[in-house]
Every structure is written in C-alpha cells, then in structure tokens.
Design a protein around this ligand. Structure first.
Ligand code: CP
Ligand code: NVA
Length: 298
C-alpha cells in the first residue's frame, strides 16, 4: 500500500483484495479475537462536515484496534483561523500516528498528505469518498461472490459527485460495468473515465436500468452544495431510483446507497425499505473495511 489513501487511484487490485481479506476476517472475529495493531497509537479524526457513519465507524474502529481516536472539529482548529495546511501537517505529524480527514477541498487534503510524515486517509472531500466505495465493493463481493466485469452497477444522480467520481475509479480498478445515469451538465467527468470502455453515461434512466445487478444512488444535494438545492431538485427528479426501474434490471437486483438517504427524493421509500435494499450491510461494512485499511496503513 502507498502511504496515504486519498482516492482509489492509491490502491492496486492486490491492495483491494488484501483489504477484503482482512476486513472479512475482522468482521468474522469481531468481539471474539483481540487484534490491536494500533496499540499505543493516536489517530486524529478531522471533520469539517457533518457525519454519522464515518465518524462513528472510525472512532469505534480505532478503539477496537487498540488505538486512541481524537475527534477534531476542523472549525475549532487554528487552520480555520489562518494557520497553513502545511504547518498543521507538520505539527500533527509530531503528535499523531495517522490522520483521517473529512473536508471540502480535495487539493487541501492532497497538500496535508504531501507534507505530513504520517499516513492520511480521506474520509470524504467534495471530489472523492474512497472508504465508502471500498465498503460498497466488499458488499457487492459478499452478495455476488466477485467484483469484476460480470457485475453491472448503475448509479443515478449527480454524475460529478464524490460518490460518482469514486465509483468511476472503482470501475477502472475492478473492471465492473458502470452506467452513470444523470442529466446533461452533471454528466460524469470524461477525463476521470479516461476512455475506459466499461464506464458509460446514459441520460435515459430507464435505458440505464437494463440488465443491472446493483442500483446505487446518493443525495441530490451534497454537503457544501446547499445553495443549489432548488435547481437540483428540478433536474434530478427523473433520476429517482424507484420500483419502476427494477422492472428493466436483473431479477434479483439489489439497491445500494451510501446514506444518509432522502426517501421521496433520490430513492422511493418502497425501494429503500424493501428486501432488495442492502444499505445497512453496506453501512456496517464501513467499520470492517476501515479497520482493515487502518491496520494496513497505520
Ligand atoms: N456515508 C457516509 O459517509 O455517511 P456519513 O456522512 O454519515 O459519515
Ligand atoms: N455526496 C454526499 C455523500 C455523503 C456521504 C455528500 O457529499 O454529501
């Protein structure tokens, strides 16, 4: 593994398999076998945005691995009052053994990681959310037995969100078929796709559902984009994941969502609460996958 995990570009297919293997073992042995590779280590968890899953799973995860988690509200740190990212990275590297950060600017996290001498894990930026997507891939592996070209996943909504961007990198890493269904203007980033033939943009939401194994959606208004709410509600309405779409999909197609979900917006309540929905397995896997990543990096 590289020093940092900022996007899925930082891991190889072998790294991904190692994360799956360790996460699966930690999941199976949770509460039974003690495994404390972070004993004596302190991990800073810097948050500039709201969080339920990420904060709790990282805090619990660090504790279960024997380490000490320090929750740091970025708005209360001096970096919010003009201290540079580089100075912050230098100082934190003298105290901590690893940093997990959720913030706005991806370039800011890259700078933090470049200067810090300790590993940095991206826990969501405006552009990428790698830990989420690795947990999603493990969930797919658990249900389908594999994550490769035999799996077809359709993402509905903002084709330029941190989730869509991360799914694109996941499709490049694993070869799975990815269809992104979004309106024009928020279609997926061509540069990120880089000509990969297993990644398609399909404006028509019904066509995009054809032969799908997994539907995936995310909020229409990501954190930091609240001012665009009214416009976004209008353009994304035809891209709601609802039971009508499942008619075109594979018979046992499943529903994924990074959560938090807004029933009646990006997903209908009947799909969200149906047996097809595996969103809580997905959320649980955040804990196991992040424990594996932290064991390997910190
Ligand atoms: N999926 C996810 O990252 O959830 P939180 O925003 O609650 O951390
Ligand atoms: N795209 C969402 C993901 C939340 C986990 C956001 O950034 O708010």
């Amino acid at each position: 593994m590289k020093k940092d995990l900022l996007t899925l570009r930082d891991i190889s297919r072998d790294d991904l398999e190692n994360i799956f293997e360790l996460a699966t073992k930690l999941k199976r042995e949770r509460g039974e076998v003690s495994y404390t590779p972070l004993a004596g280590k302190s991990i800073g968890l810097i948050f500039a945005k709201s969080s339920t899953r990420t904060r709790v799973s990282f805090e619990v995860g660090v504790g279960e691995l024997g380490g000490r988690p320090l929750y740091l509200d970025q708005s209360k740190m001096q970096v919010g009052r003009g201290e540079t990212i580089a100075d912050t990275a230098n100082v934190l590297s003298r105290y901590l053994h690893g940093i997990v950060i959720r913030t706005f600017s991806h370039a800011g996290v890259e700078e933090l990681a470049r200067v810090a001498t300790i590993p940095v894990i991206n826990a969501l930026t405006d552009e990428f959310h790698p830990c989420q997507i690795i947990a999603d891939l493990l969930t797919i592996k658990e249900y389908s037995g594999r994550v490769d070209r035999s799996v077809r996943l359709a993402f509905y909504g903002d084709g330029r969100s941190n989730i869509a961007n991360s799914l694109i990198l996941a499709a490049k890493l694993t070869g799975m078929e990815l269809v992104i269904s979004s309106p024009e203007g928020v279609e997926p980033d061509e540069k990120l796709i880089g000509g990969a033939s297993n990644i398609l943009w399909e404006k028509d939401p019904v066509k995009a559902a054809s032969g799908v194994d997994y539907f995936y959606t995310d909020v229409w208004v990501s954190m930091g984009f609240e001012e665009e709410r009214a416009e976004r509600m209008k353009i994304f309405t035809p891209y709601q994941v609802n039971s009508r779409l499942f008619e075109s999909a594979k018979k046992d197609a499943k529903f994924l969502h990074c959560l938090p979900a807004h029933r009646g917006e990006e997903v209908s309540a009947d799909v969200m609460d149906s047996p097809r929905s595996i969103v809580f397995d997905e959320a649980e896997n955040r804990l196991h996958v992040q424990k594996a990543i932290m064991s390997l990096l910190f």
